[in-house]
Design a protein. Structure first.
Length: 205
């Protein structure tokens, strides 16, 4: 989900908010953005909005720079959440010189279904979805993969419905999970979102 202040998503599978390009003072670093510093500036703003900061990246194509901020929440952030956060992030950036002096575009989005499930919160937010994950050492069936629907995600592990049988896996026994896109009307909370495609993914640096 990517939000843009112009309200013109570049993809139908994300809500977006993009702040207008702006000119700023030339940074002492020669205009290069420091992602560590950006995180320190923006992470508190994201947290104050009740969202999780998943990633931020700066991409450059010629003289054009894009700051992509990916956030998430239980149930997914709404378009209004994304738009409000974008304004707050813009204000925080304006109050600092973390992006240097060159013009840039701010894009705020939520992660797509192809985001790997690597944290307990990722698995929790995939409840009801069909996922596939490689098995890590110590897991029954290792080496190999497991595919099942997430029925429960706890602090220490996840329960998958694998062919009608509930199986528990500790997170160390699972590699990065991948949500499987389903067509039709799969059962389970969140499954209908696969067709709607309400999420997007961050682009590379």
């Amino acid at each position: 989900m990517r939000g843009r202040s112009r309200h013109a998503p570049s993809r139908p599978d994300r809500a977006s908010d993009q702040a207008p390009r702006r000119e700023g003072r030339l940074a002492r670093s020669g205009g290069q953005a420091d992602t560590g510093r950006l995180t320190r500036v923006l992470a508190p703003v994201v947290a104050a909005s009740g969202l999780d900061l998943e990633s931020l990246r700066v991409t450059t194509a010629g003289r054009r720079r894009v700051l992509r901020v990916v956030v998430d929440a239980d149930g997914g952030p709404s378009l209004d959440d994304i738009a409000l956060l974008s304004r707050n992030l813009s204000a925080a950036l304006d109050a600092s010189d973390a992006m240097g002096g060159a013009a840039y575009t701010l894009e705020v989005s939520s992660p797509g279904v192809d985001r790997p499930l690597t944290e307990p919160r990722h698995w929790r937010r995939a409840r009801g979805r069909l996922v596939r994950a490689p098995l890590a050492g110590g897991a029954p069936g290792y080496p190999g993969t497991v595919q099942g629907r997430v029925t429960e995600a706890r602090a220490d592990g996840v329960t998958l419905d694998v062919d009608g049988r509930l199986r528990d896996f500790a997170y160390p026994h699972l590699g990065p999970g991948q949500v499987q896109v389903e067509f039709g009307s799969p059962a389970g909370p969140g499954a209908a979102d696969d067709e709607r495609g309400d999420e997007g993914e961050p682009d590379g640096h």
